[in-house]
Design a protein around this ligand. Sequence first.
Ligand SMILES: [Fe+2]
Ligand SMILES: [Fe+2]
Length: 204
Amino acid sequence: MIDRMIRVFDRGLRTVAGIHPATDDVPDAPTSDLSGAEKRRAGSLMRVNHTGEVCAQALYEGQALTARDVKVRSAMQQAAKEEVVHLVWCRKRLQELDTHPSVLDPIFFATSCALGALAGALGDRVSLGFIAATEDQVVEHLDRHIDQLPQGDGRSRAILERMREDELRHGTSAEKAGGLPFPMPLRRLMTSFSRIMTETTYRI
Ligand SMILES: [Fe+2]
Ligand SMILES: [Fe+2]
């Protein structure tokens, strides 16, 4: 358990400080010159998505911390690795759009990690159900952001579309692995959490 806690702490520091393996494999598509206002809007949307990936990272790490079955734990750690790739793509795009990650990222990492650990402690099937419900909401959220991006920002759109494919797969595999359906009141609570996240990190 101590080893796993050190791992989570290490992940948290790396996530917040942006220390990750470099990748050239960033999804791309033709992008036109963006006006100042368009660049700011795209930057704010991508900041929200970057924090979303910080949360995803922390949720999976928290869940892996308390998972009971070894296979479930390694599946969570594998998914967390894939979320790192998304994190790197979003961070790179933030730099290209001349903006910064959210100052609230450490708080969202800590909160999400605690939520993930709690879900894991309630049992593997609850934890898998939590992933399925979360990814479901992430896909809906990404659809909205894909629509809201400036028309000419093909590169950000390509990143979000690739992320959407992966999130859909994460959700489906969690459901297939035995995730329990999540009751509506819990889903509403999750929606409120993500609303707080999206509205605050859009600005700071
Ligand atoms: Fe992701
Ligand atoms: Fe995901």
